[in-house]
Every structure is written in C-alpha cells, then in structure tokens.
Design a protein around this ligand. Structure first.
Ligand SMILES: Nc1ncnc2c1ncn2[C@@H]1O[C@H](COP(=O)(O)OP(=O)(O)OP(=O)(O)O)[C@@H](O)[C@H]1O
Ligand SMILES: [Mg+2]
Length: 160
C-alpha cells in the first residue's frame, strides 16, 4: 500500500497538543487515527489536541480510557477515543462494539492500535510518537491509503 509520510519535532506537551489540534481540524466523519508509541510517549496528550481540533470544548473530558476502553466525546461529530493497552485480545475490543464506532460517522482515535490490528480499517492515519528526551518527541504521521494524502499534505503545508 502506498504510504505518505511526514515528520514533526515537538519540544513540549503544549506543542504536541497544538499539532494535534491542527490535525483534528482536518478530519472528517469516518476517519480513523491509529496512535502508536511507548508508555508516556504522548498519545493521550495528542488526543487532547485532536479532540480540540474536532470541536470538543470540554478539555478535561479527554482522559485516557484505559479502564473504560473507550470514551465518547461530542465535537463537530462524535469522537471515539480507544485505549487498547490492557486488552488481552481483539475480541474484547469487538465485544464493546468497536466496529460500529470505527466504521460509523464519527472519528475514531485508537491508542496502542498495534495491539488490535484486526480492528483497523483498510485505510487509516498512523501517528507514531517517539520520545527523544524528557520533553522532545518525534511525531511521524503516515497515511496508510490514498484517502489520507490530502490531510498529510495540509499538515505538511502548515509546517513551512
Ligand atoms: N513534547 C511532548 N509531547 C507530548 N507529551 C510530552 C512532551 N513533553 C513532555 N510530555 C509529557 O509526557 C507525558 C505523556 O503522557 P501521555 O499520557 O500523553 O502518554 P501516553 O503515550 O498516552 O502514555 P500511555 O501509553 O500510558 O497511554 C505527559 O506527562 C506530558 O506532559
Ligand atoms: Mg495514553
């Protein structure tokens, strides 16, 4: 599959939130974001920004759904925030009705998406956070599928 990639350097949590906000503004119903990265890399921090960009005004509502598995926020469209970290199997994800959310009219954001590859649609946006130092992160945004080319291009333009 064709991959379109962009790399961004963040030097603070605030900058990661801002980057996420920019990304969130470009998203449309049905889009799926797979968030990858080690513990503490900044995935939930990124979701705070993406949610804001999607019009979620209650910023305190955006928290890690580690125990609930999924949180739903109201923005310009429904936002489903998954965290697959504690899952033992993909089936647990499917059991909570993930397909309906992921293939529905909202935007789905999945932390630890690499744990549930079977739950991902054919095309999705992969965002990988890599910790470089205490406050520095490398953020890789990769469009798996042509569907996300425009978003990558728009995010890239904003970086100039
Ligand atoms: N540039 C940065 N971008 C994002 N977070 C940063 C950055 N610099 C420091 N941080 C800090 O790193 C931590 C990231 O925590 P966060 O919960 O977002 O990570 P996570 O990837 O979701 O972890 P988990 O795997 O446990 O869910 C926060 O305390 C945040 O303030
Ligand atoms: Mg998290």
């Amino acid at each position: 599959m064709k991959e379109n990639k962009l790399t961004f350097k963040s030097v603070s949590a605030t900058e990661t939130i801002r980057f996420g906000e920019r990304l969130g503004k470009l998203l449309a119903p049905g889009h799926v974001i797979a968030l990858l990265g080690e513990l503490g890399a900044g995935k939930t921090t990124m979701v705070k920004g993406i949610a804001r960009g999607l019009g979620v005004t209650d910023r305190r509502a955006v928290k890690s759904p580690t125990f609930a598995l999924v949180h739903r926020y109201e923005g310009r469209m429904p936002v489903y925030h998954f965290d697959a970290y504690r899952l033992e199997s993909t089936q647990e994800m499917l059991d909570i009705g993930s397909d309906e959310m992921i293939y529905g009219d909202g935007v789905s954001i999945i932390e630890w998406a690499d744990k549930v590859p079977e739950c991902l649609p054919e095309e999705y946006l992969k965002v990988t956070l890599i910790a470089v130092s205490e406050n520095e992160r490398t953020i890789e945004v990769c469009g798996c599928g042509d569907h996300y080319n425009k978003i990558i291009e728009s995010v890239a333009m904003g970086n100039d």
